[in-house]
Design a protein around this ligand. Structure first.
Ligand SMILES: Nc1ncccc1[N+](=O)[O-]
Length: 242
């Protein structure tokens, strides 16, 4: 997978060289390039923003640098990338979207700052590539860079060969529409707190049932919205746990 990120703060993306993502890059599973938007400015001050039409506070990112950046990174003679624009006005990011993005050949992230990017940049890009405004949640960050770090971590760990133990993808939260069950390791007793006996029983059938029941109970307590979405998928044993 090829990933390009355009930002006026490329150093914000430095953590992408660490840990799993760093390994994925080293293995060639992920080809990541971070670009400074000011590369595509031509004035002495390398201006990327201006005052908003219609008035109002703050500044808006000018269309010209973005237009040239997208022309350079998504040339007309190549397969179009998927353009992702992190924004509080975007569609909610989810594990399902992470899986969708993990199947893409080329992701292109546009990190907005200030009050956002001139809307015509997205309109023009949409004439030649899929454009998705995506939100991490209902709060406002300074810009899209942190969101790109989150999205890329969620996507990269789904790529083949990145996670040492691919099995862990099966049981994690949101894998089956439920929150994951609690986890324990040695020692069996710690400051008066015991590991649930069943997990040390060696009875894998009962252990799997216990984990599903715990996942159901946690989801019911913390995310009733997720449980409601499962609706019909719950069988009699599941309902007995709630
Ligand atoms: N919440 C956000 N605030 C600013 C930029 C991007 C954002 N987001 O969630 O992707």
């Amino acid at each position: 997978m090829r990933v390009d990120v355009v930002s006026i703060f490329p150093e914000y993306l430095a953590p992408l060289d660490l840990s799993l993502i760093g390994r994925a890059r080293a293995r060639g599973v992920l080809r990541l390039a971070v670009h400074d938007l000011r590369t595509w400015t031509h004035d002495v001050h390398r201006t990327v923003d201006d005052t908003p039409y219609g008035g109002g506070p703050g500044m808006v990112m000018r269309p010209e640098p973005w237009g040239e950046a997208l022309d350079a990174l998504a040339p007309a003679d190549a397969a179009p990338p998927r353009l992702l624009v992190p924004s509080p006005a975007g569609a909610p990011f989810s594990q399902a979207m992470a899986h969708e993005l993990a199947a893409e050949e080329h992701l292109l992230f546009a990190c907005g700052r200030y009050e956002g990017i001139d809307q015509r940049v997205l309109e023009h890009a949409a004439t030649r590539m899929p454009v998705t405004e995506v939100s991490l949640g209902d709060y406002v960050l300074f810009g899209g860079e942190v969101a790109v770090l989150v999205i890329l971590e969620a996507v990269t760990r789904l790529l083949p060969g990145v996670l040492g133990n691919a099995g862990s993808l099966d049981e994690e939260s949101h894998a089956h529409g439920l929150l994951e069950a609690p986890v324990y390791t040695k020692p069996p007793s710690w400051r008066g707190h015991e590991v649930p006996e069943i997990l040390r029983s060696g009875d894998h059938g009962r252990i799997a049932r216990w984990r599903r029941d715990e996942a159901l109970r946690r989801t019911a307590a913390r995310r009733p919205d997720m449980l409601a979405a499962l609706g019909e998928d719950l069988d009699k044993k599941d309902r007995a746990a709630l």
